[in-house]
Ligand binder design. Structure first.
Ligand code: ZN
Length: 554
């Protein structure tokens, strides 16, 4: 059965607020008009019964010192009312911050449904409300942010923002620094296990087979390990945990960014008093601070693993490792993944990759499959070629760096970046001042929201330019930075003759099968290598030609 609501209809009118300033408005905002409008709306909601009508005639909406409003609140507290309906939000309050406190915090806590008819807001229907009331919500949120930054920001929050580790225990692989419990130090024994786990994953093992291997090797799982080294734990908690490594224990480690030296905190929050359970915040709102402690896993390796975890790498039941190309092969004609299929014929087994769309529906797409042998050989050959190109480009770059001074070039970029960063700062300050202007009545709500959007857009554009310039600057300095780490990593695969999973994951983003003999590979480093080659060509033209010819003639 549907819940029935006992509703308060709240009406308010004030000369001070300009509610009755001119004829047209006076009519639309008159108490009678407000009442009629709300009652009319409630007719279409049979689940809402009007319990009482509260009228504050001649009271400003700037504060809540209004007799009927207070009466309504006390009725709410006594449980007589569980729904509040107003014509629009300004009837409820003129102070949007205060209004926000009620609508976003107090009412949800008390389980009160709130309806602002002409704003199209009904707290029961959050999606609709969010659509209609976005400028208001932004404003409220802004106000909260402001509030938080001056008043409520807790001690914990300050610690989080400065990157101090505030968890009760160090993550497996680390220990708490004895001299500073908010700092992590590497626990060599466990760190080695973490490194092994990442390597096993990169080699294509599933979480479960990694767990099995660790258990077989007698490696203590994180909880038992902590106990063994005497880190105190709540014993009641341990009972519910099965001993040994599990799929989830391995997954937790693979997904933990702490191993790259980054502290990530503030992932959860309690949404409001009504909802007790913790919700996960969107990733953009997490507090991430890099380089807070020694990394156990290099960042590029960590990122590869994250990408790997996203892929569909279902393991064939009889094998612990996935096939080198699993999750990488797609049909060029329709974009569907290709699936591995074994066809027995004449006492032999033939393995093909076929379009998964065709498997579902024979006429899905006419693309031909490709034999695994052909596919593997092609990928190996193409990868070998790509690796050769990369090494050649790296060689040429090294010589250029020795011959050409790239510093002045880089300085030019730095100056431009600095200028844009200043612009960003100015924009940000202006955006913040807008709120003051709005509060002081210099700007209307619409103007405030419009200017705010404009600044936001401008800031996004500037930020994009900065990112672009930084990338260009790096390209100029290519090689000095981490950009060529990948070539270093590839060097051991020069002239590769057989594929291993780690190489494929590292090098290849996607393989498209065009027909039974043609494939196309998208490499993870396509863009970077092209950039490098362009740069080599540029310097070759500019007078470094000797370097390039020497390399080409080799
Ligand atoms: Zn297809």
């Amino acid at each position: 059965m549907q819940k029935t609501y006992q509703a308060a209809v709240y009406l308010r009118l004030s000369r001070e607020d300009g509610d009755v300033a001119d004829g047209g408005k006076a009519v639309s905002n008159s108490i009678a008009n407000q009442k009629e409008l709300v009652m009319d709306y409630l007719k279409s909601h049979p689940e809402i019964k009007v319990a009482s009508i509260y009228t504050d005639d001649g009271f400003s909406g700037v504060n809540f010192e209004r007799p009927q409003f207070q009466k309504m609140l006390s009725d709410i507290r006594e449980g007589k009312i569980d729904c509040v309906a107003v014509k629009d939000l300004s009837r409820f309050a003129r102070n949007y911050i205060e209004a926000g406190r009620y609508i976003e915090k107090i009412f949800p806590m008390l389980g009160i449904r709130f309806i602002a008819v002409t704003d199209g807001y009904d707290s029961l229907n959050e999606d609709m409300g969010n659509d209609m009331i976005i400028p208001l919500k932004n404003l409220i949120n802004d106000a909260y942010c402001r509030d938080i930054s001056v008043k409520i920001r807790s001690h914990m929050d300050i610690k989080r923002r400065s990157g101090e580790y505030i968890g009760p225990f160090a993550a497996y692989g680390y220990l708490k620094d004895e001299t500073n419990k908010n700092h992590l130090v590497v626990d060599e024994y466990a760190a080695d296990v973490v490194r092994d786990i990442f390597t096993m994953k990169l080699c294509g093992m599933s979480q479960q087979s990694i767990a099995d291997k660790l258990n077989a090797d007698g490696i203590l799982a994180p909880l038992q390990y902590k106990k063994s080294i005497g880190v105190g734990l709540d014993t009641s908690f341990q009972k519910s945990v099965k001993p040994g490594w599990s799929y989830n224990a391995v997954l937790r480690i693979l997904k933990n960014e702490v191993y790259t030296g980054t502290v990530v905190q503030g992932k959860c929050t309690t949404p409001n008093y009504k909802i007790k359970k913790r919700i996960h915040k969107v990733e953009a709102d997490w507090i991430r601070v890099e380089d807070m402690h020694e990394a156990i896993i290099p960042r590029n390796e960590y990122e590869l693993v994250q990408e790997l975890l996203l892929r569909d790498t279902r393991v064939a039941p009889e094998r612990a490792e996935v096939f080198p190309l699993a999750g990488m092969v797609y049909c060029a004609a329709c974009g569907e993944p290709m699936v591995r299929k074994t066809v027995p014929a004449g006492g032999k087994k033939y393995v093909y990759y076929v379009c998964s769309g065709n498997k579902r529906d024979k006429h899905h797409c006419g693309a031909h499959g490709i034999s695994e042998k052909m596919l593997t050989e092609s990928v190996t050959g193409l990868s070998r070629g790509f690796i050769g190109r990369a090494i050649a480009a790296a060689c040429a770059m090294e010589k250029i760096r020795a011959a050409v001074d790239t510093k002045p070039e880089a300085l030019k970029y730095e100056a431009r970046i600095k200028k844009l960063e200043e612009e960003l700062l100015v924009c940000n300050t202006r955006k913040k001042n807008l709120y003051e202007d709005y509060k002081d009545g210099v700007l209307s709500r619409e103007e405030y929201s419009m200017f705010k959007d404009q600044y936001q857009e401008q800031m996004e554009n500037v930020a994009k330019s900065i990112e672009g310039l930084k990338a260009e600057k790096e390209a100029v300095q290519a090689g000095d930075s981490g950009r060529q780490e990948w070539i270093e990593a590839l060097k051991k695969y020069e002239g590769v003759q057989s594929l291993d999973r780690k190489l494929v994951i590292f090098l290849v983003e996607r393989i498209e099968v065009i027909d039974s003999e043609t494939i196309e590979i998208k490499y993870r480093f396509d863009r970077v290598l092209t950039e490098m080659e362009n740069l080599v060509a540029f310097y070759a033209k500019k007078g470094g030609g000797v370097i390039w010819r020497e390399k080409a003639g080799k």
